[in-house]
Design a protein around this ligand. Structure first.
Ligand SMILES: C[S@@+](CC[C@H](N)C(=O)[O-])C[C@H]1O[C@@H](n2cnc3c(N)ncnc32)[C@H](O)[C@@H]1O
Length: 416
């Protein structure tokens, strides 16, 4: 089934309730957008700092400000088009915000917009936006062209639609400490509804987005916030208890922690990364999770060769474009470039070629990305297998955003 271009629906949560705009809120949103689009700051950081530095704002204002910023980041290109402006205009951000507010709240607005928009022109620009998929779906032209080239029009349009929806919140129950039923009960007591999602009992989906980090259930290490697709990867590696596992691009340890739980906290995991600060965060999370089998190691010269033929299981969760997780990180659309993806594919192949030497004969390697593009996924595995005939592909899988979570790829290889 193809996707109708009009299906890239925007903020149709159009509120019929009356909406008053406070000048302070408007200014805060405009300043935040300038930081994101002019200074290159990340939306998450900007929103967090803004809310933290204004503790007196009420919950309604906080929600309005955060959701306006995130929605405009997601739909930036479309609103720039509708407002008929460019970043070079001195009132670009006021116009874009006005277009967003007018479309979202319509007649419910009780105060004037930052910039008044002509009714007829506004309606005709909304209509004209539908003539161009990259405008209507709000993505850069180069990304739209790459998506079609990589996936074909039908699949790309479908995944684009799902990549523009607001992301659900998933958690992974820490089975070293609790069952899913126990966590569901604890969350209910804390006013949060959660249900099991997908093939694994430890994956729970929350009924609505709520801050979790200050809840007892979270602080006690009962669960981690982790997308449902991301939770498939540790199951793909499927390490047995007592095995020697290397997680070579471990970052802050989302997958390491899951692996240690699947191993029942038995065996050994060496979690490595080139960034020491990420491993420090991993150590903090490991302590909260109550796991004791993880050792962290910053990758320096000689580290990889010192582990040659040692791993029963190796996870390569390589750096990637993040095109599978755009609905969670919409500002990546504006920060990525075709050149950066090219560079990433070279790094991915280098990591595969070099780090695979750590797998012992009979051992298992899982290569994973949070991308749905074959250039970062299937093609990398194909290229690797051509020059590494000692490995054989056991299975591979792409998880698409249309399946409910974020998009991921994983391939499981066996060393003969
Ligand atoms: C997709 S992220 C990993 C996410 C992590 N596995 C998790 O589950 O939370 C990729 C990681 O690779 C690291 N990285 C980048 N280049 C690397 C290299 N040459 N060797 C090892 N790690 C690298 C990055 O610092 C980043 O933390």
């Amino acid at each position: 089934m193809g996707w109708d271009i009009n299906s890239f629906s925007v903020n149709k949560h159009s509120c019929s309730t009356n909406m008053k705009l406070h000048p302070n809120n408007i200014q805060s949103i405009i300043q935040a957008l300038k930081k994101i689009f002019l200074d290159g700051a990340y939306a998450d950081d900007v929103v967090r700092n803004l809310l933290q530095s204004n503790p007196k704002w009420g919950s309604r204002d906080r929600r309005f400000i955060a959701s306006s910023i995130y929605s405009i980041v997601r739909w930036w290109k479309r609103y720039v088009f509708i407002a008929d402006t460019t970043k070079k205009d001195s009132d670009c951000f006021e116009k874009v915000l006005s277009a967003y507010l007018k479309e979202t709240y319509g007649d419910g607005l009780l105060t004037p917009l930052p910039v008044e928009l002509n009714e007829e022109i506004f309606a005709s620009r909304i209509k004209a936006a539908t003539a161009d998929r990259a405008v209507q779906a709000s993505i850069p032209d180069w990304m739209d062209a790459l998506g079609v080239k990589e996936l074909g029009k039908e699949l790309w349009e479908r995944e684009l639609h799902f990549s523009n929806l607001e992301a659900d919140v998933f958690i992974r129950v820490n089975t070293l400490k609790h069952t899913s039923a126990e966590i569901i009960k604890q969350l209910n007591a804390e006013g949060i509804e959660a249900t099991q999602f997908g093939p694994y009992p430890e994956t729970l989906k929350l009924a609505e987005r709520k801050p979790l980090q200050r809840l007892h259930s979270y602080l006690n290490g009962g669960y981690e916030i982790q997308d449902s697709g991301s939770q498939v990867i540790a199951h793909y590696l499927k390490p047995s208890p007592n095995a020697f596992v290397i997680d070579a691009c471990a970052g802050a340890g989302g997958k390491t922690l899951h692996l240690s739980a699947l191993m029942g906290n038995k065996g050994k995991i060496v979690s490595m990364d080139i960034e020491a600060f990420k491993l420090k965060e991993l150590e903090r999370r490991a302590e909260r999770a109550g796991t004791t089998i993880i050792q962290t190691k910053v990758i320096r010269e000689g580290v990889i060769t010192s582990l040659k033929n040692k791993a029963d299981y190796l996870l390569l969760d390589v750096p990637c474009s993040g095109i599978g997780v755009l609905r969670r990180n919409p500002d990546d659309k504006w920060k990525l470039s075709a050149e950066r993806i090219q560079e990433l594919t070279q790094i991915q192949q280098q990591i595969l070629q070099e780090y695979s030497s750590m797998v012992k004969p009979g051992g298992v390697l899982v290569y994973a990305t949070c991308s749905i593009l074959p250039i970062e996924n299937d093609n990398q595995i194909e290229q690797f297998l051509k020059s590494n005939t000692g490995f054989q592909l056991e299975k591979k899988q792409t998880i698409y955003p249309s399946e409910g979570g974020d998009g991921y790829f994983m391939a499981r290889l066996i060393k003969k």
